[in-house]
Design a protein around this ligand. Structure first.
Ligand SMILES: Nc1ncnc2c1ncn2[C@@H]1O[C@H](COP(=O)(O)OP(=O)(O)O)[C@@H](O)[C@H]1O
Ligand SMILES: [Mg+2]
Length: 151
């Protein structure tokens, strides 16, 4: 990977700020792979990103059972996937990943479930526990294009 960054997120506000930063640079066709164990903050980060793009009052439930939630924003459609319950990568096609990945901005929890359907151009954000209960560490990586876009 040509772009790598590690960010300390000492509290939920820092995670919200990362979401706001993402919202500034994301555009149609982008796929953000959100990795990390249960409770690491994938949904919290997706929620912050979606709210930065739609409005602070937007209700952003976890797509645990629906697998995908779609939002309209000024930039275009936002797709929030939680693929934990996906049984096979082919099911992702039925969920509409092709359209999402080409015509929208996609935030994907449990992206490993996609197998080969995860576009190589994705930005990967891996969340992990930090030093205390409310802190997390985000490791961000992607291809060289992300290096330029992150500045
Ligand atoms: N710095 C932080 N960043 C994100 N979430 C945090 C942080 N500190 C505490 N939390 C809490 O951790 C939990 C993360 O849950 P969630 O976002 O649903 O995780 P995941 O989607 O990875 O399973 C939430 O209850 C959130 O309030
Ligand atoms: Mg989640």
């Amino acid at each position: 990977m040509s772009f790598q960054l590690s960010l300390d997120l000492p509290d939920p506000a820092a995670t919200d700020a990362l979401g706001a930063r993402l919202a500034e640079i994301l555009r149609i066709g982008d796929v953000v792979a959100l990795e990390g164990p249960l409770g690491s903050g994938k949904t919290a980060l997706a929620r912050a990103t979606i709210r930065a793009l739609t409005g602070p009052a937007e209700d952003v439930p976890s797509p645990t059972f629906t697998l995908v939630q779609v939002y309209q924003s000024d930039v275009g459609p936002l797709y929030h996937f939680d693929l934990y319950r996906l049984e096979a990568p082919d099911q992702a096609v039925e969920l509409g990943v092709d359209d999402a990945f080409s015509d929208g901005i996609s935030l994907v929890e449990w992206p490993d479930r996609l197998g080969g359907y995860l576009p190589r151009r994705h930005l990967k954000i891996t969340l992990a526990a930090g030093a205390d209960k409310d802190s997390r560490v985000a490791r961000i990586s992607g291809g060289v294009q992300w290096k330029e876009r992150w500045r």
